[in-house]
Design a protein around this ligand. Structure first.
Ligand code: DX5
Ligand code: ZN
Length: 216
C-alpha cells in the first residue's frame, strides 16, 4: 500500500474551493502542490497567494514541490503556510545540505527531488538527513506526460541505498502515475504516489484515490 498525494496542478482552477472539498472528503493522504517559476522549468503555475488560500481550506498535510531556482529563499513562507513537507530539487540547490537543515529548522519535513536524468547516487551523502526522496518520472513542468520507464530501475536503486544506510526516507514518485504504472511502482516499493490528471480528470476522483491507495 502506498500513500496518495493528488497533484492540484490538474484541478479546475475556476473551482478550487470544490476541488479542495473533494480532497478533504477523499482518502487522499496529502495534497501535492506544484510551484513553477518559468526559470527552473519551462512553465509557470502558481505561487503564495494560491498556496495560502489552499492552506486555509485543505485539511490534508501539504506536500509542496518547488520547481524553482533558489527555493531556499521561500523556506520561512512555506513553513508559515503550515506545510508538512517542502520538496526542493537537487539540481536547484547549490548547498543542499544547508537547505535541508533550514527546512528542518523551520519545522517541516525535507524532501529532495531528482529530475529524470539525475542519478540517485547524487544523494549518497545526504540520504540519512532527508525525510523523503521525490523521483520525477516525467521531466518537470507539465501534467499529463508519459511515464519514463527507467523510473522503476531508479526506485529499486534508491530502495537499496536506503536499506544500506540508516535512512528512513520515504520514496515518492511524481508524473504519469495512473492505473497502468501505479501497480508496478507500488510493487517496486514506492511509499507515496503523486497523481494529477489521472485523479482530477477522473469521473469519480474520490474513487480513483481510493483505488490507488488499495494497490498492493
Ligand atoms: C510535473 C508536476 C507533477 C504533475 C503530475 O512537473 O511535478 O506533480 O502535476 O501530473 P500527472 O500526474 O498528470 O503526470
Ligand atoms: Zn509535483
Amino acid at each position: 500500500m502506498a500513500l496518495v498525494s493528488p497533484s492540484l496542478l490538474a484541478a479546475d482552477f475556476l473551482h478550487l474551493d470544490s476541488e479542495i472539498e473533494m480532497i478533504n472528503r477523499s482518502e487522499a493522504d496529502w495534497l501535492h502542490l506544484d510551484v513553477m517559476d518559468g526559470v527552473f522549468v519551462p512553465n509557470i503555475s502558481f505561487g503564495f497567494p494560491v498556496l495560502e488560500a489552499v492552506a486555509q481550506r485543505c485539511i490534508k498535510p501539504l506536500d509542496v514541490h518547488f520547481m524553482i531556482v533558489h527555493p531556499e529563499q521561500y523556506i520561512d513562507r512555506t513553513a508559515k503556510l503550515g506545510a508538512m513537507m517542502m520538496n526542493v530539487h537537487v539540481e536547484a540547490c547549490r548547498h543542499l545540505h544547508r537547505t535541508v537543515q533550514e527546512i528542518h529548522n523551520a519545522g517541516m519535513k525535507a524532501g529532495v527531488t531528482l529530475n529524470p536524468s539525475t542519478p540517485v547516487s547524487m544523494l549518497e551523502d545526504i540520504i540519512e538527513d532527508v525525510d523523503m526522496v521525490l523521483i520525477m518520472s516525467v521531466n518537470p513542468g507539465f501534467g499529463g506526460q508519459d511515464f519514463i520507464e527507467n523510473t522503476l530501475t531508479k526506485v529499486a536503486r534508491l530502495r537499496r541505498m536506503i536499506a544500506g544506510s540508516g535512512s528512513k526516507a520515504l520514496i515518492e514518485v511524481d508524473g504519469g502515475v495512473h492505473a497502468g504504472t501505479a501497480p508496478r511502482l507500488v510493487q517496486a516499493g514506492v511509499d507515496v504516489l503523486v497523481s494529477g490528471s489521472y485523479v482530477f480528470r477522473s469521473a469519480t476522483p474520490e474513487h480513483t484515490i481510493h483505488e490507488l491507495r488499495e494497490l498492493k
